[in-house]
Design a protein around this ligand. Structure first.
Ligand code: FMN
Length: 170
């Protein structure tokens, strides 16, 4: 899925940024994803938890758009997410440098060697910057392609009593 966040840039107002992430789970709390809070998106979410998620299934001609607030998961959910990742994935997270620029690939190799050693010594280690979130949606739109361009769009909006559906022009 694509996660879109909004940064507030002092000189340029608001600026959106988007990237693909793994949808880890969907349950009553919302749509779950996990990231390093040291990354660009982590910093943006910290200041503004309002997000959009976008899914697209080309073979089915379907799109789902979600808008809402990303809320931090309880620590146990975050820990479970991290500890079920592969050793390679955990080692890369432990380097703690995501989205920083680098000039020499050896910097990454050295940091990974150090991280692997750390993991071998503490297999249940969960880095402080690892963060799992659930997006509590307030708007969800379902889009179904139609070969004649009469696409079907159905938007649900959350209100005090539940969800209200609205049909939208294609
Ligand atoms: C298929 C795919 C899955 C990805 N899954 C994740 C993920 O679950 N978590 C994550 O932090 N980054 C994931 N990434 C990497 C992000 O797209 C992105 O490059 C990275 O998180 C840095 O984003 P930022 O600089 O906007 O913070 C994935 C990328 C792809 C293409």
């Amino acid at each position: 899925m694509t996660l879109s966040t909004v940064a507030t840039v002092p000189t340029a107002g608001s600026r959106p940024s988007a990237r693909v992430l793994i949808l880890k789970d969907v349950d009553a709390a919302g749509w779950h994803f996990a990231i390093s809070s040291a990354s660009r998106k982590g910093a943006e979410l910290d200041r503004n938890p309002t997000v959009a998620l976008t899914f697209y299934w080309p073979a089915l001609g379907r799109q789902v758009r979600v808008e809402g607030i990303a809320q931090a998961d309880p620590p146990q959910v975050t820990a479970d997410d991290f500890l079920t990742r592969s050793e390679d994935a955990r080692a890369m997270v432990l380097t703690g440098r995501q989205s920083e620029p680098y000039s020499d690939p050896a910097e990454i190799s050295e940091a990974l060697d150090k991280a692997r050693l750390e993991l071998a010594q503490s297999p249940t280690l969960v880095p402080l910057e690892w963060a799992s979130y659930a997006v509590r949606a307030d708007t969800v739109e379902f889009w179904q392609a139609d070969p004649t361009r009469r696409h079907r769009r159905l938007r649900y909006e959350r209100d005090a009593t539940g969800w209200s559906p609205t049909l939208l022009w294609p």
